[in-house]
Design a protein around this ligand. Sequence first.
Ligand code: KDO
Length: 330
Amino acid sequence: MEFTLSRRRVMAAASAASLAAFAGSAFSQDKPKLRLSSPSSATDQRAVALTTVFGPAVADFATFEPHWNAELFKQGTEIEAISRGNLEMSIASAQELAEFFPEFSIFSAGYLHRDAAHQKRVFESDLFKPFKKMVEDKMGVKLLTVMYLGRRQLNLRNDKPIKTPADLAGVKLRMPGSESWMFLGRALGANPTPMAFTEVYTGLQTGAIDGQDNPLPTDKDAKFYEVTKQIVLTSHLVDLNYLTVSKKVFDKLSPANQAKLQKAADDAAEFGRQKQLKLEEELVQFFKDKGLKVYEPDVNAFRSHVQKMYLESDLSKSWPKGLIEKINAL
Ligand code: KDO
């Protein structure tokens, strides 16, 4: 499988990954410090899992120091920060990785992963290994495990019924700001508007955007229900994040501690996955009680429109031949 680098600045990042100076600072104390930066809130289930499961499990040989609400690095800049040796960990999206490696956009495609279990199988399968290796080799970033974020649903300020992609024409749908996210917005039929996660609540409140998409647990956690009127259950993306760590930092650990760190990551991901799945089950009623309309549109119409758009797009030209079929068969 041939992989290519898309963003020119990755070259600088890749060479910076070999510089010992910054990464070395993570080891200047007795234990390596594992600073993680994420736009997530501290109450997001991935954050809870990392704080309560991952942190304590590595505490005898490392100091886990999470920073939430993008307080350390802006959303989407974390992997490059790790690559440059300025950060040790992040919760990265496939969409962010696609900025550097276009092939990664396959894992950001709407209606690709079927559910949380399928997403985990894909990550753990042989077909994912070259993707992991590519990020390690070119950026010095290890993808430790896959964290389930949940099924993304439309969440809109007005209550105009949405049945098919045509109903989203002209709707300013906020998407995180990278090309593969924007493409998903277009594939849904909307008019995508890039915006950082931490600005979405205000964007909805002021009307700068007409809506946003996120899984139900995120909609609750970020209180988007206070400033929106409906949730349309499109389930257009079974969303994921990869828990990442600097390869330089990881490689300096003893093999026993590397194994402990890997297990801590997998245990935290499983803990968070189960919590998110349970919340997704429970939350429809929560939003109804808050006065929102919550309903299923014509999901088949969305699925076929989105899949067709991806297959006809430039994004899919970078996907290794036959990979979609292999993913579907897992
Ligand atoms: C978002 O910006 O909508 C998103 O859900 C994208 C995810 O990849 C992830 O980064 C998430 O935000 C943040 O962790 C905040 O929950």
